[in-house]
Design a protein around this ligand. Structure first.
Ligand code: PMP
Length: 493
């Protein structure tokens, strides 16, 4: 009799055992009307190891110390910055105990602090961390598993420490293979923070403090069918027309004797405003560059590894295969890891006699992290989750658009989503102020989002792939409420 009545209690205990303590406390308190607060961390410093609490300093004190120690060109997000001390799946916890639903960060691809990734890193770091000049089963396993996720002829993998490094390496391979230096890049494109990549990133070079793109970087339009030159519902075949512009530029450059070595393209422009490339665009643009002997480098840092839901890589939304694919950020789930995946032929062209070596690139600890990310992604079917939850988010946001005329456009795929905020739907005038206030309003409701796009008016939503249906329902309801209050003139939600 006793064991029968115990059975349910054990089920509850076992279920609770799988739930993070901070998260459970936050949810219980939220249900009691103390939204987003957990009591256990209040009044203590950051002591995830349970050791002596650090003396607690106010966020204001931290911010002024930061200003003293860090260079002034490093920015902080939000009017009142978040002092994040802990992450768990789609949740970020601040020092004051506030639990934030993370609808913004894409690096924690399979969830903040995923225990399988953390365990893999801990195990490998206590075993061995060396470089690529030694044989390593861990590295080979990771390279093979990554290469297996790409179509032919992409079968060769280089591992580095960041997406910036991966883009740099892709450019070097393209230069070695074509002997050309000229590049075609996209307006508002972003590829990294190194000297060459800032020049090749119009988002930086043509942005505040930039010196303009150099003469070797030739800019094409973002294929934005809401705000750009060719628009859905107004122009026939906008994708084909944007691609025709690429062909026109490539043809002109070839005639001038400076045919481009490569087209460097974020497959779905992200800082450019969460753009979904229109039908016909990618295949047209790829063809245009290849017709003049150039290569295509697909920067899949934002869109790779299942974020888009129904495809593993952004380029698979069109009948194309790039020559080089650049990966970073999410593939290590927070552990530094970047990759270039290319064909054997291009890798051989890059074998010029100069050794390629990166001290930390491809170290076994990074490979263990990358392997664990693939394990979790597959075992938890997170791409399918991104697809399901992403459709629900887009549907919900479109509903918000039906109720608020500040919403000009809702677009995206999987958990790569943008909401364009406008002052006026007729002329589509961008409204960065309302977008910024909406982000602050969401934060006040415990949700982290951001803004982007050339006019700073696109709400950017692209959180970890473990977001649930109820999470996205919460995001939709919060945005609805924020816009309702903003329209009523209330300041900052
Ligand atoms: N490419 C794209 C598309 C990116 O979004 C970023 C970073 N935001 C990078 C490259 C550079 O990544 P990292 O800062 O990790 O070098």
């Amino acid at each position: 009799y006793v064991t029968v009545s115990e059975a349910g209690a054990w089920r509850v205990l076992e279920a609770l055992d799988g739930v993070d303590g901070d998260h459970a406390a936050g949810r219980v308190l939220a249900a009691c009307g103390r939204a987003g607060r957990t009591s256990h961390s209040g009044g203590r410093g950051e002591t995830p190891d349970g050791g002596e609490p650090a003396p607690l300093r106010s966020d204001g004190e931290l911010a002024s110390e930061r200003s003293r120690l860090a260079g002034p060109s490093l920015s902080l997000s939000y009017r009142d910055p978040v002092h994040a001390v802990r992450g768990w799946m789609q949740w970020l916890y601040a020092a004051d105990g506030t639990a934030y639903l993370d609808a913004y960060n894409n690096v924690p691809h399979v969830g903040h602090s995923h225990p399988r990734v953390a365990d893999a890193v801990a195990r490998q770091t206590s075993l061995l961390a060396t470089n690529t000049r030694y044989l390593s089963q861990v590295r080979l396993d990771y390279m093979a598993r990554l290469a297996d996720r790409f179509p032919d002829p992409l079968d060769t993998v280089y591992l580095v420490n960041s997406a910036s490094e991966a883009n740099e390496l892709a450019l070097r391979i393209a230069r070695a293979a074509t002997g050309r230096r000229d590049l075609v890049v996209q307006q508002s494109g972003y590829h990294g923070h190194t000297t060459t990549l800032v020049d090749a990133s119009p988002y930086k070079a043509d942005g505040p403090g930039g010196e303009g793109t150099p003469e070797w970087a030739h800019t094409i339009a973002i294929p934005d069918t809401y705000r750009g030159r060719f628009r859905t519902g107004r122009d026939d075949d906008p994708g084909g027309r944007y691609a025709a512009d690429v062909a026109e530029l490539a043809g002109r450059l070839a005639q001038e004797g400076r045919a481009p070595g490569a087209l460097l393209l974020e497959t779905f422009p992200s800082v450019g405003g969460q753009i979904v490339p229109p039908d016909g665009y990618l295949e047209g643009a790829y063809r245009a560059i290849r017709e003049v002997g150039g290569l295509v480098i697909a920067d899949e840092v934002q869109t790779g590894l299942g974020r888009l839901g129904s495809v593993e890589w952004g380029f698979q939304t069109a009948p194309v295969v790039p020559d080089l694919v650049v990966l970073g950020k999410p593939i290590g789930n927070g552990f530094p890891l970047g990759a270039v995946v290319t064909s054997r032929a291009l890798a051989e062209a890059f074998d010029t006699g100069m050794e390629f070596f990166s001290t930390f690139g491809g170290n076994p600890v990074a490979c263990a992290a990358g392997g664990a990310v693939l394990d979790v992604l597959d075992d938890q079917a997170l791409a399918a989750n991104a697809e399901r939850v992403g459709v629900r988010l887009l549907d919900g946001l479109r509903g918000v658009g039906d109720r608020h005329d500040r919403v000009g456009d809702v677009r995206g795929m999987g958990l790569f989503v943008g909401v364009e905020i406008v002052a006026d739907r007729t002329d589509r005038a961008p409204d960065a102020g309302t977008a910024r206030r909406a982000v602050e309003g969401l934060k006040a409701r415990g949700i982290l989002a951001g803004t982007d796009g050339p006019d700073g008016n696109v709400l950017k939503l692209r959180g970890p792939l473990v977001l649930t249906s109820s999470d996205v329902d919460g995001i939709v309801a919060a945005l609805d409420d924020v816009l309702h209050r903003t329209a009523g003139g209330a300041p900052d939600g």
